[in-house]
Design a protein around this ligand. Structure first.
Ligand SMILES: Nc1ncnc2c1ncn2[C@@H]1O[C@H](COP(=O)(O)OP(=O)(O)OP(=O)(O)O)[C@@H](O)[C@H]1O
Ligand SMILES: [Mg+2]
Length: 225
């Protein structure tokens, strides 16, 4: 590990301990405030919630760095994996959003880091939900030694002047976005020696016109770090 990487990890660790102290201290402070001072109790509660968010964010970053550096690979049955992911998303996201899976072959095994793969899918789905998609469609297939995962949605189209830049860091059209989501996705995919493509446009069928935003990820089937 490079020296500056080590320093970054140490900083993250130090921050984790400090946040724990803030949370514990604030919890204790609450006990000294009488029930009659509802406003102060509410404010401390908000401070605790926000501190817990920082803690979670920090833990996620540390976990990401750990998985990324070690890059242990798992033999993933991609059909089962997508089904499990859909189950998870259905609980997390509003009921109005429909998740569809074309099934695809049931026996494709992909060698990849499961944690990072799930993180990449989560990130793509989060964007689809934020683009007001009402349907998200998965398909998987295999071509010789490569595995493809396609995730499409019918949300708002990606503006033409944005589509070539969405994988670049800090590119965002959202007031509260960081523009790091898809940058991280591409990073993960490339670490597995794969690639990712995006298409955004109108699809025409007999009856209707639909927005179609597609992310196609290609992985080598037998990836070795
Ligand atoms: N499914 C999608 N539909 C429409 N636009 C999208 C979609 N996915 C990504 N984008 C566009 O790509 C940009 C970059 O996405 P990315 O996930 O990297 O950052 P973000 O979503 O803006 O911020 P963050 O992920 O930190 O919340 C978005 O701001 C948005 O304009
Ligand atoms: Mg995003």
């Amino acid at each position: 590990m490079k020296r500056e990487e080590l320093i970054r990890d140490m900083a993250a660790h130090a921050a984790k301990n400090k946040v724990d102290i803030v949370i514990m201290g604030t919890e204790r402070a609450k006990k000294f405030i009488g029930k009659d001072n509802q406003k102060a109790l509410e404010m401390l509660e908000i401070a605790i919630i926000e501190a817990k968010k920082i803690k979670k964010l920090n833990e996620d970053i540390l976990l990401f760095v750990k998985e990324f550096n070690n890059l242990e690979t798992n033999e993933i049955n991609i059909h089962t994996f997508i089904k499990e992911e859909i189950k998870k998303f259905q609980i997390t996201y509003p009921e109005e959003i429909k998740f569809l899976f074309n099934g695809g072959p049931k026996n494709i095994i992909l060698k990849a880091n499961k944690f990072l793969l799930a993180l990449a899918l989560d990130t793509i789905l989060e964007n689809a939900v934020e683009a007001s998609a009402s349907a998200i469609n998965f398909s998987v297939w295999q071509e010789s030694e490569e595995v493809f995962i396609k995730i499409s949605n019918n949300g708002e189209l990606i503006p033409e002047d944005m589509i070539h830049k969405i994988f670049q860091p800090l590119r965002t059209t959202k007031t509260k976005g960081t523009g790091l989501g898809l940058f991280m996705v591409e990073w993960v995919v490339e670490k597995h020696k794969g690639n990712i493509e995006v298409k955004s446009g109108i699809s025409y069928s007999k009856k209707e016109q639909l927005n179609s935003i597609e992310f196609i990820i290609r992985f080598p089937k037998k990836f070795a770090p």
